[in-house]
Unconditional design. Sequence first.
Length: 248
Amino acid sequence: MGPKLLFIDIETSPILLTSWTLRPPHASAVYVVRDTYILMASWKWSHERTVHTAALPDFPRYKRHRHDDKDLCGVLHYLLDEADIVCAHNGDAFDIKKINSRLITNGFKPPSPFKTIDTLKAARRAFKFDSNKLDNIGRYLNEGRKIPNTGAALWRGCVEDGDPKAWATMRRYCKQDTELLARVYERVKPWMPNHPNVNLYKAYQDKPGCPKCGSENTQRRGIAVKLSSKYYRFQCCDCGGWFSGMKV
């Protein structure tokens, strides 16, 4: 039994505010009419093939309060509370913090602690891609692309107009982001030196397992020197990742 690994992506609304001018550098908010909130989420557990989605129109509250994300936050709180590890692209700086900000705003307590994997940080650390956006990494690795959308017009259709067609497009867009995230993660995973050790979530282990994917199909290959000590070095025959074992 390995860790509960959750892939997740969210879409948020823009801030609605007033301003005296649109010309920089003097453009600034006079007052905020409506703060940002979460429109939609898509997620996938690592042991599942299905990508799930939840959007504001899925909940009865939407008919009364179109911009109220409390019910959606309840779903997100449950997911984070269940997860051992949460993976998102730019998740450490955006998705997880944005979810947390909406959870506390809506009166939720913190979910149980979990570890995070940020594929954006992993890409920046190990590679020099021309762009570290998820869409471009997917293209470089031949893992797929994000679904094109109409940008501000799509968000306006969902936020202001409540257009069912806009919501359907947003759902496909968000779902594809999570599917692409999971595929990119699998490619980048062997290159992550700080990947959470999935072996710690196992009840029993016969031989040294790969800390990235948990496979016991590993080979001892040479010696790793760290500061003043030497360790046996292993490579996973499944994902290709390297790790250190017992001290020599």
